[in-house]
Write a protein that binds this ligand. Sequence first.
Ligand code: NAD
Length: 266
Amino acid sequence: MEKLLANQFALVTGASSGIGYGVAKALADAGASVALNYHSHAESAEKLADEINQSGGVAIAVKADVSNPADVDAMFEACRARFGTLDIVVANSGLQKDSAFAEMTLEDWQTVLATNLTGQFLTAQAAVKEFRRRGPTSVSKAVGKIICMSSVHEVIPWAGHVNYAASKGGIQMFMKSLAQEVAPERIRVNSIAPGAIRTQINRDAWDTSAARDKLLQLIPYGRVGEVEDIGKAAVWLASDESDYVVGTTLFVDGGMTLYPGFADNG
Ligand code: NAD
């Protein structure tokens, strides 16, 4: 049986670790050729690219800082040079710089917004331009698919993390407004909002049993998420199986957004 994303070309930003790594692997397993963007860890992006290439897939590693317009342009140029075009773009790169509000530096505010929000703006803008340049294809019903990596914190306020929560709240309306604007061109834009997924970004929240027990109180489904959970959602959202899904945030969070504190409260 033909794979769900056969003959499609994908770019995943922040693919050298965590969710981006898992998403890139899942897209490759589903038959897509994948460009793995990395910012700082060339080795792990190149290692994953080698693994994909050796197992019969196609992958390249591309360095870029997604908050830098020239880097983003060069990243898309590298994808065009190798693949000819892109069908799927996953704007995943993100970071946290946490602190109590009054102590938060302007630099930490700006760094988080620059990567998490401006980075997705630049990546999605380059994607829309590429989809328009290339036009319709026979590999997918949509002219192109953009997946924004949001967070449950696009709706759950987060004290001590106002920069991060503001960036993800921003992604919610960024994604929906962009989806509304480009849907008539059959460009599908959606978000995935992960809950607590076991990666480096939140190591403190799961790497001791005390921290894990506290975290599990926030997850009705009773387990911490894995990057594969997000990878599977990304494959579906990137495929024609979700062709009528436009401008939606898919929460993949074990029920974290179900207000678990109310479960036995009244
Ligand atoms: P991670 O730290 O493993 O991955 C983040 C990736 O972004 C890294 O590969 C990093 O190199 C890359 N990156 C950072 N700044 C960059 C820049 N300027 N240019 C290019 N790449 C850059 O953490 P993760 O958990 O895999 O996070 C991935 C995404 O998922 C982020 O957007 C994060 O906000 C989101 N998310 C994660 C969780 C979770 O529980 N892990 C929950 C909700 C949302």
